[in-house]
Write a protein that binds this ligand. Sequence first.
Ligand SMILES: [Zn+2]
Length: 440
Amino acid sequence: MPNQRKLKNIDEILTRQLDLDGLSAVGMEDDKIVAMSNDTSMPCCRECFGPVKNHGKFSKDYLDVLVREDGSYDFRTIKYEFYKYRCLGQGNEKAKKCKITRTMTVKETTFAKENAKVTNRFEDLVVKLAVYMSYSQVENKLLSYVSKQAVGDIVKRWTRDKINKRGPFFTPRILGIVSFWWDKKPYALAYDAADRDIHIIDILPEVTSDNIINLINRMDRTHIRAVVCDCNQTIVDAVKSEIPGADVLVNTDALFLEVLHEFDELIRADAPHIANVDKKRLKKDNTNLREGDDTRIRDITKRYARVSVAYDHVNMLRIILSRDWDPTELRDWQYKIPITCKNEFQISAAYIDEFWDELLNYYKRRHEITSGTYEKLKKLDELINKFKAYSYEILPARVLYLPFTERDMPQKWRGIPLERIISSMDELIQKKERMKNECQ
Ligand SMILES: [Zn+2]
């Protein structure tokens, strides 16, 4: 490297206290640590890559934080001194333009993002807190060094940065895209449906065709043999038009869950005063009942006629789906929905019509798909719903990118195994509960 010289006046002790890769402290000024980059080489013009000349020294303040061993925070301001370089306008055609526009170049830093007012380390801490606290709680915890609006901005920028830094996606042979609800809006999880660890590849905070197309664009679509969806028309339609070569499957577990949901509404309408444990009993797998369940269920169904017929009908579907079935059985189930419950089961009946081919596709390929996937994803959804939806930006950070605070994103993006996400979400919920107790 030409012009590479050593920084003068380095304060070794202060540099150790600064503890930021690539930076050396050169002194203190108004309680700020003055720091410079260790890289003293001349850069190239960022536009034409031609030679530049020094345009002078500038400085910018960054708020920084160190977490002490006892968990307390050491806030400080870094006065970062750097050089600007002006293009000499020599060389290629582009350089002529540089000369007219007086193109300036500043060396990239690794300790903070361009336009940020805080260091990356500070941003990481903000995100680590924001995944289980509200933004105003983060503001309090950080002694108002950042406002709650700034917390929101930081989370947004941090997440966007992680999303952009994901390398090319690993393409699963069988892709899963299922939707759930968070704060009255559907969101979707994309996962590897043929892999035992069920890697979650992406989380789409909103279910739109554009979001699904963006996801598929990051993969090699010729490798996708099948896509498992739930009963969501937007997802099914987008997949069909984007990957015409793949089989589209609608998970029968998702259909069953809808039926259970409808049954639940019926119980709430007809037998609102029965205990919650009894409501749960009615929805349990009836081939796997505990002692005493049976008598309780008989007591209830004797009293509520519609609950009784709906109970039998739900279990009929459970039995059909749990064994090798003939497609006509599902049709049969749909036609035999008890007349008194027609309205309650109207959505699931419509789903059977709408997604008939896709449901059969799922049935045909069911052995290629990791078993119990839908139930496990539902468990993750329940954990996601333990957090209030005060901000959509935090959702991908909380579910997927938390392991990448202070760590680089991998070269090739495969996602995160579901079990690992579930245990990290459990931990966050515990932290959240602990905070609530401390406040009381
Ligand atoms: Zn230039």
